[in-house]
Design a protein around this ligand. Sequence first.
Ligand SMILES: Nc1ncnc2c1ncn2[C@@H]1O[C@H](COP(=O)(O)OP(=O)(O)OP(=O)(O)O)[C@@H](O)[C@H]1O
Ligand SMILES: [Mg+2]
Length: 252
Amino acid sequence: MKLVICGKGGSGKSTIAALLAKSLVKNGSSVLVIDTDESNFGLHRQLGIDLPPDFTDYFGGKKTVLEKIMQAEPDWESVSFFEDEWSFSDIPPAYCPEKDGVKLISIGKIHEVGEGCACPMGMLVKQFIGNLRLNPDEVVITDTEAGIEHFGRGIEENADAILMVIDPSYESMRLSEKVAELSGSIGKPVYFVLNKVDGANEQFMRETLEDRNTVIAAIPADSSLSLAGLRGEEIMTDKAEIKHLWQTLMEN
Ligand SMILES: Nc1ncnc2c1ncn2[C@@H]1O[C@H](COP(=O)(O)OP(=O)(O)OP(=O)(O)O)[C@@H](O)[C@H]1O
Ligand SMILES: [Mg+2]
C-alpha cells in the first residue's frame, strides 16, 4: 500500500506519518517513510532516526537532476530516473536508515540560498513511488510539504490512497474541499484524519465536512504529543485511533 499524507501547514502530517509508521511495524508490516518536505526537519526526529543524506544526491544531486530534465525539454516527462522497478532491498542503505522496522528516505532539503526550486525532487519522488514494487506486508508513507503543490507535481498519481490531516481551522476545512476535488480528478480515494480535536470542534468538523463519510480517524489534542513535537523527540505514543485507521484502510 502506498499512502500520501497531505494537509495544511502544522496540521500534524508528520506526526500522523510517524504514528502510522510505528503502529504498522508493531503489527508486522515493513514500512518505508518518504520525507518529501524540503523545508522541515521534524519527521526524522519523530521517528528517532538521524536525518539521512538527500536521496536526490544518489542521482547526482539536485542540479544534475534538473539538467537532465531541462535537456529533455519540451518532452521533460519522458525523463526516467529508474530503469527497472525497485523493491525495498534495492534502496541504497546509506540513504535509507532504519529503526525498529521503519525505514526513512529524505528526498532532499533546501541547503543554500539560490540553489533552485524543489521541482526536480518532486519529479524524482513521483517516479520513485511509481517504480516501487511492494510485497503485501510493505507500506510506503509519503509525508508532504504543506499545501497542495505536490498535487501539481503529480506525486499523488502513484499512490493508492491519500490521507488528508485536518486540524480545527477554517483553512484546513476549506483546503479539504480542494484536496477532495484534486484526488477525485485522478481517481484516488481520499480519507480525512481530524487532528488536535476536542469534543466540540470534532462534532463541528464532522457536520461541516462535505463528505463526512471519508473521516477515517479523529485524534484528540494530546499534550504529550505537543511536548514531544516541541522538544524534537521521538514519538513513543501508541494510539488506538491510528490502529483503527490503518485497519480500515487495509479493508478498503
Ligand atoms: N494530536 C496532537 N495533539 C497535540 N499536538 C499535536 C498533535 N498532532 C501534532 N501536534 C503538534 O503540532 C505540531 C505540528 O505537527 P507536525 O509537525 O506533525 O505538523 P505538519 O503538518 O507536519 O507541519 P508542517 O506543515 O510544518 O510540515 C507539532 O509540534 C506536533 O507535536
Ligand atoms: Mg511536516
